[in-house]
Design a binder for this molecule. Structure first.
Ligand code: GDP
Length: 363
């Protein structure tokens, strides 16, 4: 009884799904690598950090790295962690659509603070607004400011206390210019310490993806905003899984496989699923669910996949099922709770794909 209750509490909220967007070369990949590295080094034994196509930063890690910020950002984490989609950029983001919005719960918009807003920054802002996804701005490459002294992995507020007056002034000017630029694109943004209402103002966190400075604040703010404002959306339900197909792949020894992000419910072996295919809806049965084996050491290498019997949202998994060769990337992925509802789910997935096709036509 007690155990069941604590299990229930553990699963109250699922991990928010986080995407990284921004202009080419502004540091999206480097930032994701840094965050993944932090998660692997600081995780507790047995904590899972790798998913298929995504990486998890457990709450224990966020609490550890944000420890020096306790006085400034007081919060208790109820989410089990943050699930970062491994591939940055808007192409992937556009495949994460779901009815009325996005599978992504929140985004990081990376902007090189020395370069400011660029064409793909504007495109990113437009797609985030169109899909109604809240975001945080990582003002990256602060270590390139002349005279910057790196303090690896420290919170930005402690690093700033140790920088020269000239460096702090330069950062302030860059931030001021960035805020003005963003405002001309309809984004009301502000340095994170000055934000009072995170619902109305987009926080800017100065970071270096290279030195890790500012990453503690970035993680703390992502966790804080999602659990405070998106709790309803993150409420975990034990129901049939809902997801989106990221990619259709070959899995050695199995044939076609789907890489899927599960954003709701539980997926189990032998579940009946419906996805959209090039020639209409595909109804099939899950033969196997694959996830990475937990890392045995702290090197960040892609590990082998292993079979799991079930997986709960949010998660990135590889699904093996017969007849899925023609599945469409970006298609919804639904578990059908009972056979009577198959027709309903077939209609649902195809309706969603129609809107994908339509959107592609008008792009
Ligand atoms: P992406 O195209 O947005 O994914 O950008 P990348 O992560 O590939 O970064 C582009 C270049 O900027 C690479 O040479 C990175 O090493 C460099 N870079 C990324 N972040 C930082 C940073 O915080 N500081 C410095 N000095 N270089 C960075």
């Amino acid at each position: 009884m007690v155990l069941e209750m604590s299990k229930h509490v553990d699963r109250k909220l699922r991990q928010p799904i986080v995407v990284v967007l921004g202009h080419v070369d502004h540091g999206k990949t480097t930032l994701l690598d840094k965050i993944r590295g932090t998660a692997v080094v600081k995780k507790e034994a047995g904590e899972m950090t790798q998913h298929v196509g995504a990486s998890m930063v457990p709450s224990s890690v966020i609490e550890k790295v944000a420890m020096p910020l306790k006085k400034i950002i007081p919060f208790k984490l109820e989410i089990p962690g943050l699930l970062f989609i491994d591939t940055p950029g808007h192409e992937l983001f556009s495949n994460l659509r779901k009815r009325g919005g996005s599978v992504a719960d929140i985004a990081i918009l990376v902007i090189d603070i020395n370069e400011g807003v660029k064409p793909q920054t504007i495109e990113s802002i437009d797609v985030l607004k169109a899909r109604n996804v809240p975001f945080v701005i990582a003002a990256n490459k602060i270590d390139k400011i002349q005279g910057w002294k790196p303090y690896p992995d420290e919170p930005i507020i402690s690093s700033l206390k140790k920088q020269s007056r000239a460096v702090v002034n330069k950062l302030e000017t860059l931030l001021y210019n960035l805020i003005a630029q963003l405002s001309s694109y309809g984004v009301n943004a502000e340095y994170f310490e000055r934000v009072r209402d995170f619902m109305k103002v987009v926080p800017i966190v100065p970071v270096s993806a290279k030195t890790g400075e500012g990453i503690p604040e970035l993680l703390a703010i992502l966790a804080g905003i999602t659990q405070r404002f998106l709790a309803e959306r993150l409420r975990f339900a034990e129901g049939p899984a809902k997801g989106v197909v990221l990619e259709v792949k070959e899995q050695q020894g199995y044939g076609a496989a789907l890489d899927v992000i599960i954003y709701d419910g539980v997926l189990r072996e032998r579940d009946n699923i419906v996805v959209a295919g090039f020639n209409g809806p595909i109804v099939t049965k899950v033969r196997a669910i694959l996830m990475p084996k937990p890392l045995t050491d702290i090197r960040i290498a892609r590990t082998e996949l292993q079979i799991v019997e079930e997986v709960a949202a949010a998660a990135g998994v590889r699904v093996i099922a017969p007849g899925i060769e023609e599945a469409i990337a970006g298609s919804p992925f639904f578990v059908v709770p009972n056979e009577n509802e198959i027709e309903k789910y077939k209609r649902l997935v195809m309706e969603e794909v129609e809107t994908i096709r339509f959107r592609r036509d008008i792009d």
